[in-house]
Design a protein around this ligand. Structure first.
Ligand code: FES
Length: 118
């Protein structure tokens, strides 16, 4: 079992272009790592609709749009932005240490859709 405080080194900061995503396989989990300019965010890479690769989605502000059918998700909370996407995606804590982006896989979480309802 991975300790909750375990940070996994992914890549140097300069390897992640601004407003682009990159897929990263960590054990049996594939995440999408994004550079938002002032920070990095990590989410599960599989869209809950039909499995589209979110790492290839278009980043707009704090949102990513799935490249297959356009479902939109908040990259910080994992919440769907549009009513047509009822499922949330998991998010994972990130940090930068000595110029290297790190992800805490064990610290990942997924909010429930009703938590996002008005
Ligand atoms: S697979 Fe992502 S919107 Fe359809």
């Amino acid at each position: 079992m991975t300790p909750a405080n375990e940070w996994i080194k992914i890549t140097k900061v300069e390897n992640l272009p601004l407003r682009e995503g990159r897929p990263v396989k960590l054990g049996g989990v594939e995440i999408a790592l994004f550079n938002l300019g002032d920070r990095f965010v990590a989410v599960e890479n599989q869209c809950p609709h039909q499995g589209g690769p979110l790492c290839d989605g278009i980043v707009s502000g704090l949102h990513v749009v799935c490249p297959l059918h356009g479902w939109k998700f908040d990259l910080e909370s994992g919440a769907p932005v549009q009513a047509s996407s009822p499922n949330c995606i998991a998010t994972f804590p990130t940090r930068v240490n000595d110029g290297v982006v790190q992800v805490n896989l064990a610290g990942g979480s997924r909010i429930e859709p009703e938590e996002t309802a008005d």
